[in-house]
Design a protein around this ligand. Structure first.
Ligand code: MRU
Length: 354
């Protein structure tokens, strides 16, 4: 059985997502009936992970369009798609993927609206075809990333030996249309029979590692161990980690990368312990408008994610909290960025081209 975070049936226009706030205890799908539901699900992190956010956001626009068949003309349809896409961008600010999708669909539907050859209904179909393609494209990209990443990690170890990898947050089937980015690299290493062990961090405060990555690893029977976020230095000192591989929410032009809070400190520890540090992401995570990571807006989440575990308060009453959801790892700490186009090396400063 494959893990499916997003269920989309084009025939009846039905979109359901696995509610990730309830995992691993409860497997429950919720229906997304339009853009408002899409925005809420992204904002409340019922769906999360940069690629999944963009896919569910775009699909929620498709649902909205299918439910409102009476647009006056193609211009009105274009305006509705543009407005809805831009609204969804506001649900979470750091991951670039929803913005990339919004730009792509705005440009595409603008062109479609100007074409004399297309009727309103054909324009609608073409938009939905393209949203549909996002799901298949994402899985395809992830499998390619998995292969490139596995080859890159294996080329630095003796022939036939197996590797021990550390990952952070959740970058797997739950964060994408399927297979995953960093977790896709881990899946590919496992498939090749070259993964000795994977360690995943708990990823406080939202616990994507303990709840979601651990769930995927157990599901796939990949040999894995969970560690707390503050055990990374000890792990690197004692367990001979071959490489770190993490995902990305936004990659600036110079290779600085925003990812889940805690990524930056893992990269620093990797440098100190001489462990190669890789970012794995599809090119849809690149932001050509940002020259470096200082320009990336970091989302700050509610204090409650830190002070409570489920509904139980674990922090002392009266304490204030700072809860940034992401941090930026400078390119100089990144050994390689693994994309669906290959591996780029930002840390040598010379040939970083994405
Ligand atoms: O806050 P989240 O759970 O959406 O953060 C997710 C991450 O930081 C992932 O590493 C990133 O989105 C890549 S998912 C393929």
């Amino acid at each position: 059985m494959t893990l499916q975070a997003i269920k989309w049936n084009r025939e009846d226009g039905k979109l359901e997502i696995l509610d990730q706030t309830l995992l691993p205890a409860t497997t429950s799908y919720i229906q997304i009936k339009g853009v408002k539901d899409g925005w809420n699900a992204i904002n409340k992190m019922q769906v999360r992970g940069a690629p999944a956010i963009a896919i569910v956001g775009s699909l929620s626009v498709a649902v909205e369009i299918l439910q409102h068949p009476n647009y006056e003309d193609k211009k009105a349809l274009f305006q509705a798609i543009k407005d809805n896409m831009n609204y969804l961008v506001t649900a979470r600010p750091t991951a670039v993927n929803m913005k990339v999708a919004a730009n792509f669909f705005t440009e595409l539907t603008n062109l479609l609206s100007l074409s004399d050859k297309l009727t309103l209904s054909q324009m609608k179909d073409k938009f939905i075809d393209n949203v549909d393609n996002m799901l298949m494209d994402d899985i395809r990209y992830n499998k390619v990333i998995g292969e490139y990443g596995a080859d890159e990690i294996l080329c630095n170890v003796p022939e036939g030996s197996s590797v021990r990898v550390l990952t952070h947050c959740n970058t797997g089937s739950l964060a994408t249309a399927g297979y995953g980015t960093a977790l896709g690299v881990i899946r590919s290493l496992h498939k090749k029979g070259r993964l000795e062990h994977v360690y995943c961090t708990e990823t406080r405060p939202y616990n994507q590692g303990a709840r979601l990555t651990a769930y995927e690893l157990v599901h796939d029977k990949i040999p894995a161990t969970l560690i707390c976020d503050d055990m990374v230095a000890a792990l690197m000192k004692t367990k001979q980690i071959t490489a770190v591989v993490v995902g990305a929410d936004r990659i600036a032009e110079n290779g600085d990368t925003a990812n889940k809070i805690g990524t930056y400190q893992i990269a620093i520890l990797a440098k100190y312990h001489d462990v190669p540090f890789y970012v794995a992401a599809s090119l849809t995570s690149k932001d050509s408008n940002m020259s470096n990571g200082d320009q990336i807006v970091i989302e700050e989440r509610p204090e409650r994610e830190m002070t409570h575990m489920n509904d139980k308060r674990i922090a002392a009453e009266g304490i204030t909290c700072w809860n940034p959801a992401f941090d930026v790892t400078p390119a100089s700490l990144i050994t390689g960025i693994i994309t669906n186009f290959g591996v780029s090396k930002p840390s040598d400063g010379s040939d970083f081209v994405l």
